[in-house]
Design a protein. Structure first.
Length: 262
């Protein structure tokens, strides 16, 4: 926060950069910047970052948020899943026997519909929040212990936040989102050039899987299931780079080994 003089607040500087500052305050802010070189430099840096994000992800700005990210749908999804699981149990009992091996081979070859939906939600969340400049997350990355405790409690399982500094990525922070199976943890990372990647994690009943790849519109994701947690690492559609980042996250989230980092 700016403590030297209450005349122009940091929120006003952000609003000035975003074009949301009331017209009557423009003169005061511009006069302030003319006499405060440090704040003028920060404003210039924010504006440069905003332009970079708009240039890289501008196509997602006009996308309408999908209905599946609507919080009001979360409870309906939960009730539907209980019903679907009951129906699936009946079907599984009916086809047990000769068809069991065929279904097992099919499951190994392709993800379940639930896991496909989870991954689609993760990509939608990536596209929705990656273009945000002022509010991409609810809790900042410098509050990692609080973020870990809060999201673990809400998701209902221990949530591990990978350290990706060696990959050139800084943790921006995280937020809580609805998912196909309940509350979901969402983390955002950013490179020095402004490139963003997100990690989306939530409970699942799906079997464990290794890393798998899928693509969307101008973006892509690697997804996997570790014990009872499904995870999706989303980013620009550069497969080799995305795979390296996903592998680093996968190795740290592995619930069979002690957590490394924060």
């Amino acid at each position: 926060m700016i403590d030297r003089d209450p005349i122009v607040s940091e929120d006003e500087l952000h609003a000035y950069v975003d074009g949301e500052l009331p017209a009557e305050r423009h003169g005061a802010v511009e006069a302030w910047l003319a006499t405060h070189a440090d704040d003028a430099a920060r404003v210039a840096a924010w504006r440069s970052q905003a332009e970079l994000i708009r240039a890289r992800y501008g196509g997602a700005v006009d996308e309408k948020p999908p209905q599946r990210l609507d919080l009001a749908r979360l409870e309906r999804r939960r009730r539907w899943r209980v019903t679907a699981m009951a129906a699936a149990a009946v079907i599984a009992a009916f086809v047990a026997g000769g068809a069991t091996g065929w279904f097992a081979r099919a499951a190994e070859g392709s993800p379940s519909s639930d896991l496909r939906k989870f991954t689609a939600d993760a990509l939608d969340a990536y596209r929705l929040y990656v273009v945000e400049v002022r509010h991409p997350v609810e809790v900042a990355g410098d509050e990692r212990p609080h973020l870990t405790q809060w999201l673990s409690k809400r998701v209902g399982s221990p949530v591990r936040i990978p350290e990706l500094e060696k990959m050139g990525l800084k943790l921006v922070g995280g937020r809580l989102l609805p998912g196909p199976t309940g509350a979901t943890a969402f983390f955002m990372y950013e490179s020095g050039s402004g490139e963003r990647f997100t990690l989306y994690c939530g409970q699942t009943g799906d079997r464990e899987t290794a890393l798998r790849y899928t693509t969307g519109d101008h973006n892509a994701a690697f997804y996997w299931v570790d014990h009872n947690m499904a995870c999706v690492l989303s980013g620009p559609a550069e497969r080799d780079k995305l795979h390296a980042i996903a592998q680093a996250a996968y190795d740290q989230i592995d619930t069979r080994s002690p957590q490394r980092g924060g």
